[in-house]
Write a new protein. Structure first.
Length: 700
């Protein structure tokens, strides 16, 4: 047996050795899919003698791609100096478009817009169309345009199917938005995918070249592919049919951004000769966690069939905690973290708090602050969305792509030169009439104003240094030459904080200083544009992680708290009358549970303050899906009085009976499931509980 197969289980080894033809690997959570993927790449190179440049491996985050590259190099060892085509979909498309975008009228130096830049362009389009941003929300327009592009619908195709006043408005905005992007020599994230597909479909000779180059294609997280990614995969694989996809339809949670889990369920229909391999041995979680997750996902109608198992012990029971409110919920989480740290050597990095919506983080953050527990929020205000960082990036974008009108609009009056909004709009209109980019127009004005002269002079100075300075030193030069450093120093403490953030940006840029200046600038801007929330997770400091369940996919922790497990919150209210959306919410719950190695908590509250009002919801149906024998149901410690008849109405008991939880001393456990109260006594000396439990069904 090849050394490359050592340490693989039989199904993983089968996946690695199945070289020819289409292969679908249904890989359950924690089943070692990355190990199978990386060993397969190494096996192709070392055992099958396939040149690395013939292999293309695609995943969804920069973090995952980087880890895959490093693992492949470690496995191959002596041949680790080879360059491997392992990247995200968007990074791969960006790289190909640097070579091929001229077929669509773009220069190789085109800019890549982030979400904020997209909104700016959409607002510009709406302003030109005299549309009110209060009546038509730009974020909603962006979402519809993104969905159209994910379905490979350009502005003409979308206009033909637009139905109703809103979609017809979006169609008009979409057309002008694309015109703004073309003039700025810019693409958004979705353009990267759609434009490459368009080029491959329109130019058979280019498609043939890439089909011959990438003869072995591996795609991770195939359940998360949208129509554009699905079509790109088909096009590249159509000649040699060596398409190897790995995924888990049970973890498909991104339909809101175009992902279609049916791509993986229909793989055998698309490729009738496909080999299907299941990875069902889990290396992450205990059996109780796996059985609980399976009990939740089993309620879904549209899913593949598999059953995860592990060699580990049964492990801890899950805990479902009923809190009084969101403060009590946070206090419970803090107590449990302290308890685990007290009896184990767990670090704060071993704990994660997952919630359905970002709005839930506020109360939890307040609790963490009161308790003095360090924490990190993933997906909050992102580093690259801070004003000072976006300002520095805009100078660099304009330097890299002088046609980037959006970047120019951001920095032309920074620091203030007296070029106001009306002046800028007038210049934009004149540049459009002249059919040139704004920067080109400004540099060729016959009688520029002193303010424009000053701006052009500053950019010329930066340009003159851009070919000789390293990237990090270029940032220093921009700070000094533009006057931005002086501006921030005049702003006191807030300005000092912003300068510290720019210093952090410089430390990031230093890793590109070994590259030639032009290559460094291109590579840096591309990687920054395509960075995701998960790429920013930094565990260097010991802190509890807080994030949405969507963001947590692909991560793992010893202890997982799923908070706010209530109807209308999780599952989300918009899913309650749509079976497909409800099934996705259940898949999201499955993802949350399977992040855990050792212990899972669900919490729900009798009432909570959220979205500016008090809500009182039933506990989540996902808690009810859990097998009773695998869950410890807990209410607030100490005396809790509720008046009820013993049958539940929502999260409360109807009037009639007083229920007291853990009143009876150490060793007493009272749990509640439905209208059943379970009481266990350990040396409590209690003789008569009838007065306290009258009217309730009691089993002891």
């Amino acid at each position: 047996m090849s050394d490359l197969l050592t340490g693989l289980n039989p199904e993983q080894a089968k996946a690695v050795k199945q070289i020819k033809g289409p292969v679908l690997v249904l890989a359950g959570a924690g089943s070692g899919k990355t190990k199978a993927l990386t060993h397969r790449v190494a096996y192709l190179v070392n055992e099958e003698k396939i040149s690395p440049d013939k292999i293309l491996a695609i995943t969804f985050t920069n973090k995952a791609a980087g880890e895959m590259r490093e693992r492949v190099k470690r496995i191959i060892g002596t041949r680790s100096n080879k360059n491997f085509n392992i990247s995200t979909f968007h990074s791969f498309c960006a790289r190909m478009l640097r070579r091929e975008a001229h077929h669509l009228g773009y220069a190789p130096s085109f800019s890549i817009l982030d979400a904020d830049d997209q909104l700016t362009a959409i607002k510009q389009a709406m302003e030109q169309l005299q549309m009110d941003t209060k009546k038509i929300v730009p974020e909603a327009v962006r979402s519809h345009i993104s969905s159209a592009k994910n379905e490979l619908l350009d502005e003409d195709a979308y206009a033909k199917i637009a139905n109703g006043a809103f979609q017809q408005a979006v169609a008009k905005i979409y057309r002008l938005y694309q015109d703004i992007l073309r003039r700025a020599q810019a693409m958004d994230f979705d353009d990267l995918l759609m434009n490459l597909v368009v080029i491959l479909q329109q130019h058979p000779e280019i498609l043939d070249r890439y089909q011959n180059q990438f003869q072995y294609i591996l795609i991770d997280e195939y359940q998360d592919t949208n129509t554009a990614q699905y079509r790109l995969s088909q096009l590249l694989a159509n000649k040699h049919h060596n398409l190897f996809v790995v995924g888990d339809d049970w973890q498909s949670i991104y339909s809101w951004r175009g992902a279609n889990f049916r791509n993986i369920l229909n793989f055998h229909s698309d490729y009738p000769d496909a080999k299907i391999i299941k990875l069902e041995q889990n290396y992450r979680s205990t059996q109780n966690i796996l059985d609980s997750a399976h009990a939740v996902i089993a309620h879904n109608k549209h899913r593949s069939d598999k059953k995860l198992w592990t060699d580990q012990t049964q492990g801890e029971l899950l805990t479902a905690y009923e809190a009084l409110n969101e403060k009590d919920e946070g206090d419970f989480v803090v107590r449990e973290i302290a308890a685990w740290r007290g009896r184990t050597n767990a670090s704060l990095n071993d704990f994660v708090i997952l919630y359905r919506t970002n709005a839930q983080s506020r109360a939890l953050e307040e609790t963490m602050l009161r308790a003095g527990i360090p924490y990190r929020v993933v997906g909050g205000v992102k580093f690259y969305e801070r004003k000072e960082i976006k300002d520095m990036l805009a100078f660099l974008k304009l330097l890299h792509n002088p046609g980037d009108n959006l970047a120019l609009g951001r920095v032309i009056n920074l620091p203030v030169r007296g070029i106001g909004k009306k002046t800028l709009q007038s210049l934009e209109q004149e540049a459009r009439i002249a059919d040139v980019g704004m920067y080109h127009y400004l540099t060729h004005l016959a009688n520029p104003t002193p303010a424009i002269q000053d701006f052009v002079a500053v950019m010329k100075k930066i340009e003159s240094k851009s070919t000789t300075l390293t990237l990090s030193r270029l940032l220093d030069f921009i700070l000094l030459t533009t006057g931005y450093q002086t501006l921030l120093k005049s702003e006191g403490i807030e300005g000092e904080t912003r300068l510290e953030n720019i210093a952090e940006l410089k430390s990031v840029m230093e890793k590109y200083d070994h590259l030639a200046p032009k290559e460094a600038l291109t590579t840096f801007l591309e990687e920054v544009a395509l960075i995701s929330d998960i790429d920013n997770v930094d565990t260097a400091d010991d802190a509890v992680t807080m994030m949405t369940m969507h963001t947590a996919k692909g991560l793992e922790f010893d202890f997982v708290f799923i908070v706010g497990a209530e109807e209308n919150l999780f599952p989300h209210s918009r899913s309650l009358f749509d079976q497909e959306e409800l099934e996705e919410e259940r898949r999201l719950c499955y993802v949350g549970i399977t992040r855990a190695r050792k212990k899972v908590y669900f919490t729900h509250a009798q009432e909570r303050l959220i979205y500016g009002s008090i809500q009182s919801n039933h506990r989540s149906r996902f808690i009810d899906d859990l097998p009773d024998e695998l869950v410890e149901f807990v209410r607030r410690s100490g005396p809790v009085s509720a008046i009820g008849s013993g049958h539940r109405t929502g999260n409360r008991l109807q009037p009639g009976v007083r229920v007291i939880h853990q009143k009876f001393g150490p060793g007493t456990v009272i749990s509640q499931s439905g209208d059943i109260i379970t009481v266990a006594f350990v040396k409590t000396g209690i003789k008569d509980l009838s007065a306290d439990l009258a009217g309730l069904k009691v089993k002891t």
